[in-house]
Design a protein around this ligand. Structure first.
Ligand SMILES: Cc1cc2nc3c(=O)[nH]c(=O)nc-3n(C[C@H](O)[C@H](O)[C@H](O)COP(=O)(O)OP(=O)(O)OC[C@H]3O[C@@H](n4cnc5c(N)ncnc54)[C@H](O)[C@@H]3O)c2cc1C
Length: 331
């Protein structure tokens, strides 16, 4: 493994960022070597996948490990399900499509989400009524003491855009153990997905149909990061009390029951606050999905964060709802 100084970091926001030290992690031994190097040189360590959910600074101090551990291995197979161990560096969308081809179902609603398998549990990626935590049996990590440990699903604290991994910066996820179904049951409760599948006029839509619908829906609404740099949703959907949820409904906002609370649509709040399609210089809210902030060219991190602050402030002033950033801002 080659640990290099001034290491250029991959990210989907078009930000130029150099790590003080950086390396590619292809196997577990590389993590151990990186941890030794960080300890010997008194460096902090950060692990990144594809950089599709981070806002990077121009210079990132410490050692950055770019996770590239590959491999999709079957641990156990029954007539109904399969247990997989997937390398943290596998591309998430590749896992979704490869699983479908094998007849392993469940992940189809999460098609086309950018990034790596290792990052997926960190914010418990979710879309179209499904979250990755539903399929995870355990996560294999190397902790700060260089111990290889398995975190059981029940200890992951999966919640909306949340997991225990957000609180453990020393843990490096090396592989994810997932159970997928061999029964082609679909989850189509999400209204947009339901109406899209309805239009196909098929008696029994398949998981492949769901993946195709999800891909088409995402392509129609979301900017492709290779053309318009972005990190997906910039803000989380606000979780509010039941009373606030009902009050917002009276003002014509969507409010979904979320456990004992209500969840509002951040996109709708930003839209109603007048930000849809608004652009300041090279930063703007995407016209088809205002929750996505786009770097149209040479915007830097300060431009992006100050635009986002203006959006959040305007929603706060108009609706007294606080928006929280979804991507991690690295210092
Ligand atoms: C166009 C677009 C659409 C998106 N749509 C969705 C969506 O529908 N739903 C959704 O939930 N997200 C979505 N995202 C966000 C993003 O794709 C996910 O959060 C994804 O899981 C990030 O993967 P990554 O490999 O790029 O992680 P990175 O951005 O590299 O890292 C994200 C965080 O995870 C940590 N991390 C990464 N790898 C590891 C590891 N191996 N061990 C420990 N920590 C690690 C990093 O330190 C960082 O804090 C979207 C992003 C884009 C650009």
């Amino acid at each position: 493994m080659n640990i290099q100084p001034d290491f250029l970091l991959e990210n989907t926001f078009g930000l130029t960022s150099l790590a003080q030290w950086g390396c590619s992690i292809e196997q577990i031994d590389d993590v151990l070597a990186a941890q030794d190097f960080a300890a010997e040189n008194d460096l902090s360590m950060t692990c990144l996948g594809a950089g599709s959910n981070v806002i990077l600074p121009p210079q990132l101090s410490g050692l950055v490990c770019c996770m590239r551990i590959d491999g999709i291995n079957v641990l156990e197979e029954t007539t109904d399900s399969v247990l997989l161990e997937v390398g943290a560096g596998v591309t998430w969308h590749k896992l979704v499509m490869d699983s479908l081809k094998q007849g392993w179902f469940g992940l189809e609603n999460l098609a086309l989400i950018p990034g790596s398998v290792g990052a997926a549990p960190v914010q418990n990626i979710g879309a179209y009524g499904v979250e990755v935590g539903q399929f995870i049996s355990a996560i294999n990590i190397l902790d700060g003491q260089q111990e290889l440990r398995q975190v059981a699903q029940s200890d992951c604290q999966f919640a909306y855009r949340w997991s225990i991994f957000k609180t453990q910066p020393d843990w490096i996820i090396v592989s994810v153990v997932m159970r997928l179904s061999k029964l082609p049951r679909i989850e189509a409760s999400y209204p947009e997905l339901q109406s899209y599948l309805h239009d196909l006029s098929k008696a029994e839509p398949t998981p492949q149909d769901v993946a195709e619908c999800v891909i088409a829906l995402r392509n129609s609404k979301l900017p492709n990061p290779s053309e318009f740099a972005n990190v997906g949703s910039f803000f989380k959907n606000p979780v509010v009390s039941e009373a606030v949820g009902f009050a917002m409904r009276e003002q014509g906002f969507k409010s979904f029951v979320h456990g004992e609370s209500h969840k509002l649509s951040a996109a709708q709040l930003i839209d109603r606050a007048g930000w849809k399609g608004i652009r300041h210089g090279d930063v703007g809210c995407w016209p088809q999905q205002p929750l996505v902030i786009v770097n149209y060219g040479s915007a830097n991190r300060t431009d992006i964060l100050s635009f986002a602050e203006d959006v959040a402030l305007s929603v706060q002033e108009q609706y007294q709802i606080q928006l929280e950033l979804e991507p991690s801002v690295l210092l």
